[in-house]
Design a protein around this ligand. Structure first.
Ligand code: SF4
Ligand code: SF4
Length: 84
């Protein structure tokens, strides 16, 4: 065996802030606790989610599946190991 080509899978989210109704489903059901509700308000007066930490998100898209307003979705990012 020659190499240890490690792949790290991480993820991120896209949030359409103005669609959010601040229900908190995405925050509550994120399996890695990667989200929290922002202290900021959107135009409708709700607190949209934000990532607590990019590192915590694995891109599973549970948030996207549960959001009743299609205001968030998750996606995976494949990172090949970068040269040191
Ligand atoms: S994609 Fe998955 S891990 Fe990332 S914020 Fe959404 S539910 Fe959490
Ligand atoms: S589930 Fe959707 S509507 Fe509810 S807080 Fe999250 S992004 Fe906003």
């Amino acid at each position: 065996m020659t190499t240890t080509q490690e792949k790290k899978v991480s993820g991120s989210v896209v949030i359409t802030v103005e669609r959010c109704k601040g229900c908190g489903f995405c925050v509550e059901f994120c399996p890695t606790e990667a989200l929290k509700l922002s202290e900021q308000y959107n135009a409708k007066g709700y607190h949209p989610p934000v990532l607590v930490s990019q590192e915590l998100c694995n891109g599973c898209d549970m948030c996207g599946l549960l959001c009743p307003d299609f205001a968030i979705y998750g996606f995976r990012i494949k990172k090949d190991k970068i040269k040191e």
